[in-house]
Design a protein around this ligand. Structure first.
Ligand SMILES: NC(=O)C1=CN([C@@H]2O[C@H](COP(=O)(O)OP(=O)(O)OC[C@H]3O[C@@H](n4cnc5c(N)ncnc54)[C@H](O)[C@@H]3O)[C@@H](O)[C@H]2O)C=CC1
Ligand SMILES: CC(C)CC(=O)C(=O)O
Ligand SMILES: [Mg+2]
Length: 356
């Protein structure tokens, strides 16, 4: 039966990188029998421009009906002065919450061809393969109350709430323990339990689950140390599980270990494994519309989608192998150092599709 994939290009470089992901899906359809229907809908600033909402109702309905969703990125300076409730980023948070996508898998893998492109020395990053499991629908990005209030002094105060329930911690921790079982069997839970009550509970719940996963070696680390360890000795990590804000920050940091933020894909999964797939980076307004964006994070997100939502692990392997081949052939977008052939967004997408 044909599977329905919803494309949400979004803003900035979103349409360019999703265009290249689409090219890859079409190559798989043409040459490898992938049976899928592609639909496109607006989100973020594009949603606001179309109907005044960053997550149009119609887009959400299409996402619910789809077998998988591929998103580019949202946001841009032209939207930064809008009321917060209709800003593009709210649309992204809303679709994550509405679809119940609590588990965000962010693998940071160094392609051997990019060892020289990493900000760190070869020996520190060679063979790097980390999985960051970020809680995606709770924590300070969603906590209530939030807002800007007037103090008695007349001064304004901005405030947010960081809250995690036991159930929210448990379900993402189980996802991470299970991922560690399929990998090297090491799980590091990152928190700030020396200061935050929500982290103290986080650590307690993760610790309580550990006996159910005797084949996983569990450790804990404070987030400030984890940021330092990620650039000091990143290969000490196998799977990292952490909350929404800490995971957002640490995964951008891990991205740079792999050569560029343009290399990091992600999968956001619900309780039943239905997913939304998106690169880790944002809408990069500074390079939008210039054929400069690296589409590989989005193309690698297609690979994750094939593996986790479409039951096509063989095709996922093919896409990942094609990415390795174009890097081996020396192709590099401007964000990647080294190589022998400078290409743009389109050139990179065409080169991957041609190898499928
Ligand atoms: N998932 C999403 O949709 C996200 C959206 N944003 C939004 O994106 C906008 C820009 O945010 P920034 O903080 O600048 O983060 P960003 O990730 O968009 O860009 C940071 C830097 O990385 C570069 N970069 C990002 N993706 C790239 C790619 N594929 N190829 C080459 N270079 C790339 C950009 O040119 C920029 O120099 C904001 O409106 C922000 O709210 C930010 C993060 C995530
Ligand atoms: C734009 C934000 C809502 C999120 C973000 O930076 C991310 O998910 O990586
Ligand atoms: Mg981010």
């Amino acid at each position: 039966m044909s599977q329905k994939i919803l494309l949400l290009p979004g803003d900035g470089i979103g349409p360019e990188i999703v265009g290249e992901a689409r090219r890859v899906l079409e190559a798989l359809r043409q040459h490898h029998g992938l049976d899928c229907e592609l639909e496109t809908a607006p989100i973020g600033g594009a949603g606001y421009d179309a109907v005044g909402q960053p997550l149009p109702e119609e887009t959400l309905a299409q996402a619910r009906a789809a077998d998988a969703v591929l998103l580019g990125a949202v946001g841009g300076p032209q939207y930064d002065t809008l009321p917060r409730e209709v800003r593009p980023e709210r649309g992204l948070l809303a679709i994550r919450a509405e679809l119940g996508l609590f588990g965000n898998l962010r693998p940071a893998i160094l392609y051997p061809q990019l060892a020289g492109a990493s900000a760190l020395r070869d020996e520190v990053v060679a063979g790097l393969d980390i999985l960051i499991v970020r809680e995606l629908t709770g924590g300070i990005y969603f906590g209530q109350p939030r807002g800007v209030r007037r103090l008695d002094s007349g001064e304004r105060q901005g405030y947010n709430t960081l809250a995690y329930s036991e159930a929210e911690i448990e379900r993402v921790a189980r996802l991470a323990f299970a991922a560690a079982q399929r990998r090297q069997g090491r799980l590091c839970s990152v928190d700030k339990a020396n200061v935050l009550e929500s982290s103290e509970l986080w650590r307690e719940v993760v610790e309580r689950l550990a006996p159910e996963y005797p084949d996983v070696e569990l450790s804990h680390m404070y987030v400030d140390n984890a940021a330092m360890q990620l650039v000091r000795a990143p290969k000490q990590f196998d799977v990292v599980v952490t909350g929404n804000l800490f995971g957002d920050i640490l995964s951008d940091c891990a991205a740079q270990l792999t050569g560029s933020i343009g290399m990091l894909p992600s999968a956001s999964l619900d309780e039943r494994g239905k997913g939304l797939y998106e690169p880790v980076h944002g809408s990069a307004p500074d390079i939008a519309g210039q054929d400069k964006a690296n589409p590989l994070a989005t193309i690698l997100s297609v690979a994750m989608m094939l593996r986790y939502s479409l039951g096509a692990a063989g095709l996922a392997d093919r896409v990942e192998a094609a990415v390795g081949q174009v890097l081996e052939a020396g192709l590099r977008t401007p964000d990647l150092q080294g190589g022998t052939h400078r290409v743009g967004t389109r050139g990179m997408g065409e080169a991957v599709a041609a190898r499928l």
